[in-house]
Design a protein around this ligand. Structure first.
Ligand SMILES: O=C(O)CCC(=O)C(=O)O
Length: 291
């Protein structure tokens, strides 16, 4: 298969820790992903607290505080691939999987996925963190694909990434507690150096799992919906119990399975397992049922 990534893009990924490119998914698949999510948002009107069940007993649908029938605030769907053909197909067959295989492949394993939704008026935001801090592996060939389901820019709370931050480990604990985010003062210092992931629906941002990223609330008039899927090289093995377990966790989606385990040197903290439905609670943001 011809390469989907130019040498410049591969170099940008290595130096900045992320690249954004068009064609992450085709138009028909994009329409199917959006239609499914629209249905779930409609359905959420009938619920007043988190609902649905996932493989590890957490709720599948996570509602922001203030959610109501009139103004739904569905902020996250855990592993949509477990309950929707469109999402199941995407985690295996979307072009973005071939793209990321050029960065961490040829042998690639699926880890988990989720939808992060910020409709206009929602206050959900994401404090700066790395995905590695939540799901560390034996080596850092670990990548997060963030597929834009809507056009995104700073007006509707696009993702922001701190370039070069993937070269070191950052502390995500405060007073001995895992808080799922870096220190607030450090975040304030680093935020001005962050770059926005601006793009059109169908574009994908491929981000190193150690890259620090976050995003503000949606202050605009248009939705901001991201499909987020995490993958590792097949010889990277999880060091902790998966917090967002999918029925497809560990499935090899490109290349071949392996028994080998590749170890990379480094020292970092292992996060605890948490029972909270989503990482928004770990970062201190309330759900619909909490006062
Ligand atoms: O929704 C976003 O802006 C980023 C989401 C994210 O970083 C995450 O869910 O780990």
């Amino acid at each position: 298969m011809p390469s989907l990534l130019t040498p410049d893009l591969i170099e940008a990924y290595r130096t900045q820790g992320f690249v954004t490119l068009p064609g992450g998914v085709g138009p028909a698949a994009l329409a199917a992903l959006c239609a499914q999510l629209d249905d779930w948002i409609e359905d959420s009107r009938g619920h007043s607290e988190n609902y649905g069940t996932t493989e590890n007993g957490k709720a599948r649908f996570d509602l922001e505080k203030g959610h109501s029938r009139e103004a739904p605030r569905l902020r996250r769907v855990m592993n949509p691939c477990d309950i929707s053909e469109a999402y199941e197909e995407a985690i295996r067959d979307a072009p973005f999987v071939d793209m990321l295989a050029e960065l961490i492949g040829p042998d690639v394993k699926f880890h988990h996925c989720k939808l992060n939704v910020k409709l206009p008026g929602m206050s959900t935001h994401v404090d700066f963190h790395s995905d590695h801090a939540f799901e560390p592996h034996t080596n850092s060939d670990q990548i997060t694909a963030l597929l834009l389901l809507d056009d995104m820019d700073d007006t509707n709370g696009c993702l922001r990434v701190i370039p070069g931050s993937h070269r070191q480990f950052y502390d995500h604990f405060q007073n001995g507690q895992f808080v799922g985010a870096i220190d607030r003062d450090l975040a304030a210092d680093l935020a001005p150096t962050s770059l926005p992931v601006v793009g059109k629906a169908g574009d994908v941002c491929l981000m190193h799992a150690m890259a620090l990223h976050g995003s503000g609330p949606n202050l605009g008039q248009t939705p901001r919906r991201l499909f987020i899927a995490e993958y590792t090289a097949a010889d990277a093995w999880p060091l902790v119990k998966c917090k967002v377990l999918s029925r497809f966790t560990g499935e090899v989606v490109r290349g071949r399975p392996t028994r080998s385990c590749r170890l990379e040197a480094g020292v970092f903290d292992l996060p605890p397992y948490y029972q909270a439905d989503s990482f928004f609670s770990v970062q201190g943001q309330k759900t619909a049922a909490q006062q």
